[in-house]
Design a protein around this ligand. Structure first.
Ligand SMILES: [Zn+2]
Length: 133
């Protein structure tokens, strides 16, 4: 009787695991906060009154979740900037901006991804914000 070899799959090549180099081109002076995860950081900021969701638009503006005004990164009223290292999960590498809307004065947080998940708009906002400091 003919026997078929059991699913013969080539042993996975030991590929290079994505090397995440610290990017020295992103100067971020975050305030040290005891947060180690994104959720923790957001909770801490909510507790400080940053309870709105702000988000980065496709054209690198930051939109207020309250009045939907789009703010250029250079005109953001930035209050805190937290950098999360994503120790346990590299996918959690992110920067959290705590800011106040220049129009309606709502306070909220915007999350910027960096690393492989970042879009060009995240980078653009991040750089503009860093310059602005
Ligand atoms: Zn607003």
């Amino acid at each position: 009787m003919y026997t078929t070899p059991a699913a013969q799959r080539p042993s996975k090549a030991r590929g290079t695991v994505g090397v995440m180099a610290d990017d020295p081109t992103v100067p971020i002076a975050g305030e040290p906060v005891g947060a180690s995860t994104l959720l923790e950081a957001l909770e801490q900021l909510r507790a400080k009154g940053f309870d709105r969701d702000m988000f980065v638009t496709a054209d690198a503006m930051v939109r207020c979740g309250s009045c939907h005004h789009d703010m250029a990164p250079s005109e953001l009223n930035l209050v805190h900037l937290l950098r999360l290292e994503g120790v346990s999960d590299p996918g959690e590498e992110a920067v959290v901006l705590a800011l106040e809307c220049t129009v309606c004065h709502a306070r909220g947080t915007a999350i910027l991804r960096f690393g492989p998940e970042a879009g060009p708009q995240d980078d653009a906002v991040l750089l503009a914000v860093a310059d602005h400091r």
